[in-house]
Design a protein around this ligand. Structure first.
Ligand SMILES: *Cc1c(COP(=O)(O)O)cnc(C)c1O
Length: 396
């Protein structure tokens, strides 16, 4: 008989009753160090006092009014996002996938309003992940995401990762209107796009008048040691999706855009009942306030260097298990020789939580507020897990 909860996930037999900073506590009292942050969601750790206060204060005052009215909490968060990014305007939704939906709609509407409605195709990249709606899986295009869910939405063309000639050729096709890319691919195994490539994409978009769309749902909001990952390359997109870390655990997504890119999105063209509700926006504003405090991102970059060095040591100590480290900031990937899911499972035994990804990678995504002592402890636990897995493999 099917379980009461739709069995669409591969779940570990673990559950938690409490979170404290970089720690999660299981029902039996075991304390797990959280190197996954709910897949880059708990950007400021569990139970951050400023976030708890923002949420509970708002919960005591007003939960929902609808977008029939002005929502001051939306304005406060939008102002912060506009102040700290390329964007002129922000739409709030409830998840990353919904932000992707609007990015696609916005790009199509932009060309419709520009009297070239045939420019409906969006170029995307192999290994991409933009969400699980029909539009988002059609955009990513992989068999893993799309098999059995056709007919897919037309209007996307996937390109191989890193093939410049193919990209150049594809951008010149007259039905193309936009390029959509994750500056650091998350789900496919923490694959950062080199700064040169992001610059090249911007140049290509400028050359052909295309919109550049960055999916920073996983790599944004301080994760790479800058507020947004594309800042490392010194280029800006026209449209950007944000979710995960911006809510620090409260479900919220956002679509940021320039005034030009957003010009077709007039009153009545898009909406969301819950999008931009006062609870989520109050928490989002608190997240932004924490991350824009002087020294916050410098601290993330410093801890990133420390974590990376520790992980390099771990890889060197277990050449049978690991192959190398890649990524940026506190978004690092361990390339594995052993099966990544076996390493994650061995981590559970050692009370360290990590996240598997494509390309046989284990993702390391701790809270940005984690301490160096906790990083050292987490890597020590990974070392224990790797040793246990080595023995198991040797015995098999
Ligand atoms: C998680 C993720 C999404 C989808 O976000 P949801 O909130 O799960 O809908 C889209 N793009 C990227 C890069 C992601 O990491």
């Amino acid at each position: 008989m099917i379980s009461p909860v739709l069995p669409s996930y591969n779940r570990a037999k673990l559950s938690f009753v409490k979170g404290e900073g970089a720690w999660m506590i299981a029902a039996d009292g075991r304390r797990f160090l959280d190197f996954g942050s709910g897949i880059a969601v708990m950007s400021l750790g569990h139970g951050h006092p400023a976030l708890v206060k923002a949420l509970t204060d708002q919960a005591g005052a007003l939960w929902h009014t609808s977008n029939l009215y002005v929502v001051p909490q939306q304005e406060a968060l939008a102002e912060r996002l506009v102040e700290h990014t390329f964007a002129d305007t922000v739409f709030f939704c409830n998840s990353g996938t919904e932000a992707t939906e609007l990015a696609i709609k916005m790009a199509r509407k932009y060309w419709y309003e520009s009297d070239t409605p045939e420019r409906t195709t969006i170029l995307t990249f192999e290994g991409a992940f933009h969400g699980r709606s029909i539009a988002a899986i059609s955009a990513a295009g992989s068999e893993k995401l799309t098999k059995g869910f056709g007919p897919l939405l037309p209007g996307f063309r996937q390109l191989p990762f890193g093939d410049h000639a193919a990209l150049r050729e594809a951008a010149a096709v007259p039905d193309v209107g936009a390029i959509m890319v994750e500056p650091v691919q998350g789900e496919s195994g923490i694959r950062p796009l080199p700064d040169q490539c992001l610059k090249g994409l911007r140049d290509l978009c400028d050359e052909y008048g295309l919109l550049l769309i960055f999916d920073e749902i996983q790599c944004g909001v301080g994760r790479t040691g800058r507020l947004f990952a594309h800042e490392w390359a010194g280029v800006t997109p026209d449209i950007m999706m944000v979710a995960k870390g911006i809510g620090g655990g409260y479900p919220i997504g956002a679509l940021l855009a320039t005034e030009n890119a957003a010009r077709g999105m007039t009153a009545g063209t898009h909406g969301s009942t819950y999008g931009g509700n006062p609870l989520g926006c109050a928490v989002g504003a608190a997240v932004m306030d924490e991350m824009t405090k002087p020294g916050f991102l410098e601290d993330v970059r410093q801890k990133s260097g420390f974590l990376r060095q520790k992980l390099e040591g771990l890889v060197a100590a277990h050449p049978d298990i690991f192959e190398g480290v890649r990524g940026a900031g506190l978004m690092l990937g361990l390339r594995c020789k052993a099966l990544n899911t076996d390493i994650v499972a061995a981590g559970y035994e050692a009370q360290i939580l990590t996240v598997p990804a494509g390309d046989n990678v284990v993702r390391i995504l701790p809270a940005l507020t984690i301490t160096e002592d906790e990083i050292a402890e987490g890597v020590a636990r990974l070392d224990t897990a790797a040793s246990a897995l080595s023995q198991k493999i040797a015995a098999a």
